[in-house]
Design a binder for this molecule. Structure first.
Ligand code: GLA
Length: 489
């Protein structure tokens, strides 16, 4: 290792200190040889695995993820001008460069540079509201390096958004990310900012990447955003398994996600109409999460009596929904079926599945609350059961699973997981498994054999990048600085 590069780290280094420092050294050297920078800073943003609470966030119901010990890190230096240059240690991500301007035009869908543009655009909009002109900001150059599996449902993209935001803030001497309330505000604004890339996601990924806590999972509630940490159960490990089905970032893949959120919005609009007619007043339902006694001033028992019997099992045409709402089809589409670029999401063949989506989201929200109770009372088997139920609901009601994920989940349970489910947006990506510590080795052996070798028919030399235990890590931060002229380790 070149001793002319010294790294000063703020806070504790993890147990694998040598490996971490070697990584930062390597990144710094690449950065310096590309950009000829002097003093540079280092920041990291972790990926996440969601233990339970899938597709609840954008519906105003809680999630229960943890930040993991896999992250995207960056070495960066501010520039004197307004240019932003993004380099990556992975040659698959070619260099990107753009100017700070009022409206930053996006690259084509799926381009990695869009996640940085999303963060910068979001922060420019935020500070514009606070009367700070965009021409007062400087750009930066950054070299990124990540070990979160990409397109695997572990939020590598939101980690990149969060990290880019920290780099922008630190380069401009702004401190939004340095206080707990500022971090919540930042998480909230970045959740909206990420819509720039075309997915109408919720706020889980950005919030956990910022608010993660070592050794803990974090319950996150939305609107307003708030978090509460809960220690992970002793004696158990969280093991992630990649199905190796890519949860791609194509426009088509994003539409699968967006379809679910549109169906939920349509269903909430129907509920608003039914409740408002029943109570002869404007009942404020915009999201499923609004179905609460204190929000609606309607007793809980009444709420569930009405809403559980609102939808029939057969899917709805847009015409039928418009008729219930007493609106034209065009207006209904304009109000509820718009993509971010303003185009209208076409009516899916077979119709909108309102009842199925409603049931999944409401029941999943309840499972999150029950999981935390189970965890707090030490009933880990109950926690595992709820994870298993969540998978069934994701498969049957929300329809975000696929054959490979279903098979992987079955194999994982046979291999000893007390709970196994898909995690993240779905349509591929990873599963999350709760496994007794003393069973992790045999679990890994069995899943390698039954899933990767026998089912996928893959022979790899090692499977550590596909199947691995995760530790809960702290949230994103600027973690150090490098002085290229002195050794400070
Ligand atoms: C993606 C989104 C999140 C969340 C999950 C599903 O990861 O970015 O906001 O909706 O899918 O739970």
């Amino acid at each position: 290792m070149d001793n002319t590069v010294g790294i000063g780290i703020i806070g504790d280094l993890p147990a694998n200190r040598t490996r971490v420092l070697e990584r930062y050294h390597r990144m710094t050297e690449i950065h310096i040889s590309r950009f000829e920078a002097g003093e540079v800073k280092i920041a990291r943003a972790p990926g996440r695995v969601n233990l339970i609470g899938e597709h609840t966030d954008y519906n105003g119901l809680p999630v229960f993820p943890m930040a993991v010990d896999r992250d995207i890190a960056a070495v960066f230096s501010p520039r004197a001008d307004r240019r932003i240059i993004l380099a990556n240690t992975d040659p698959g991500f070619t260099e990107r460069s753009f100017e700070i301007q009022e409206l930053i035009p996006a690259y084509s869908t799926g381009d990695w540079g869009n996640y940085c543009k999303a963060a910068v655009q979001g922060l420019l909009d935020f500070y514009r509201q606070k009367h700070r002109d965009s021409d007062r900001f400087c750009g930066f150059e950054a070299t990124f390096d990540g070990d979160i599996p990409v397109a695997a449902g572990m939020s590598s993209s939101s980690a990149l958004v969060v990290l880019s935001a920290l780099i922008f803030l630190a380069s401009n001497g702004l401190d939004l990310h340095t206080t707990p309330s500022g971090r919540l505000e930042l998480a909230d604004l970045l959740a909206r900012a990420e819509h720039y890339v075309g997915t109408q996601g919720g706020g889980m990924d950005q919030a956990i990447s910022l608010m993660g806590q070592s050794g803990h999972a974090v319950k996150i509630d939305f609107f307003p955003l708030r978090t509460r940490s809960a220690p992970l159960p002793k004696g158990y490990s969280v093991v992630v398994a990649n199905s190796l089905v890519k949860a791609a970032k194509t426009a088509e893949a994003m539409d699968k996600y967006n379809r679910r959120s549109i169906e939920c919005r349509l269903a909430a609009a129907v509920l608003k109409k039914i409740f408002s007619e029943t109570y002869r007043r404007d009942v404020p339902i915009f999201l499923f999460g609004d179905l609460k006694e204190e929000k609606l001033a309607v007793p809980d028992s009444e709420i569930w009596k009405i809403s559980d019997s609102t939808f029939r099992g057969d899917p709805y045409t847009l015409g039928e929904i418009a008729a219930i709402l007493g609106q034209t089809v065009e207006k209904t589409a304009q109000l509820y079926c718009k993509r971010r670029d303003g185009s209208i999401f076409p009516e899916p063949e077979g119709g909108f599945k309102l009842q199925q989506r409603y049931r999944h989201v409401i029941e999943e929200g309840r499972r999150v609350e029950q999981s935390i109770q189970a965890l707090e009372s030490g009933d880990i088997l109950q926690f595992g059961k709820l994870m298993n139920q969540s998978h069934s609901s994701c498969r049957d009601l929300y329809e975000i699973s696929c054959e490979e994920l279903d098979r992987l989940v079955e194999i994982s349970r046979e291999a000893g997981a007390v709970g196994a489910r898909l995690t993240g947006a779905g349509f591929g990506g990873c599963t999350v498994n709760l496994v007794r510590d003393n069973g992790v080795e045999s679990f890994i052996r069995q899943v390698i054999k039954s899933y990767y070798r026998d089912y996928l028919r893959r022979e790899d030399r090692e499977y550590g990048s596909m199947l691995f235990p995760c530790r809960a890590s702290d949230g994103a931060a600027v973690i150090g600085e490098t002085n290229t002229r002195r050794d400070r380790i």
